[in-house]
Design a protein around this ligand. Sequence first.
Ligand code: SF4
Length: 378
Amino acid sequence: MQCAHRRPAETAGQVVARELRARLRRRLLAWFDRCRRDLPWRRTRDPYTIWVSEVMLQQTQVATVLRYFERFLEAFPTLRALAAADEQEVLRQWQGLGYYRRARDLHRAARHLVAHHEGRIPDDPGLLGAVPGIGRYTLGAVLSQAFERRLPVVEANTRRLLCRLFGLRDSPERGPVRRRLWEIAAALLPRGRVGDFNQALMELGALVCTPAAPGCRGCPVAGDCVARRLGLQGQLPARAVRKEPVAVREAAVAVYRGGQLLVVQRPEEGRWAGLWEFPRGPVAAGEADEEAAARVLSQRTGVRARLGPELATLRHSVTHHRITVVCFEATYRGGRFRSGSYRQGAWLGQEGLGELPVSAPQRRLIQALAGRRQKRLF
Ligand code: SF4
């Protein structure tokens, strides 16, 4: 029985007219053959390699991924090797790419595939889509490129390109436009070269239909582009109303005991899950940074210390939070590590610190400490 609120499924012809579909496919594939970048993950049909690249490419530029991709595959050359690895090692190899949740999901999914699918990526959307951590985008990207499965992909580049090409004026972050984009992407898929076609859409969005200055004059689909015809390239895609940024101030402490520093591992869930850091926490309203540092240290680790000079002040943004972290050096006075908020603590020398998976801001603090020691200021 048809749900009263749901539109009946449209055919590809109702979503995009047949002649237009044929023309767009032809032009996009011809352009891709001429202009595609030679990227390492495009030289293979191995689903594991493609999967790793696709996960890395989510929210990260190609140029950055290129610096990490081969190193990661050298460390974990097969899906089984990844599944067998310790999570800390996976996070360490991911270090620098950010959004560590992707690495944890990749690792978890690899373990699931070994446990339930003999260590293979199944050529079956139903089976692969049921693996925890594999979303619709990853599913379409991997199965279309590795096995030519007729599945669409929609990510940031295709979203921008399709909004302009089809003149979609509402924000693509809203449900109806999001759904429409998936329908259009599915309707456009050719019968053959599906993986290339999906990549052509993403590549055109990345290289030509760029956010600030789309290169419409060299665009292979310019003749059919609604935004170009109406002069709306600069206004599409419509931006969703952004939340006001929230300023957060935190205090952190680098505690020395002899030549070692106290580092703590963050909990399993939440931001930077499983990564290591110097103990830190929010500065309360009306509280001085030094007071907050001493309080955070004793409350969160049970360790007492004499506070020294400020080491550094870091500023970084996470989603809509603008975070300022004021970090102090300190000297151990007493107390054993115990914590209700961290998974574990460890006292490590400079070399040990270099081995830990840490977030980019924490890496900057470690570097600031190393620089300070070299100058013999501490
Ligand atoms: Fe984007 Fe311009 Fe091509 Fe339209 S013509 S798809 S706006 S690059």
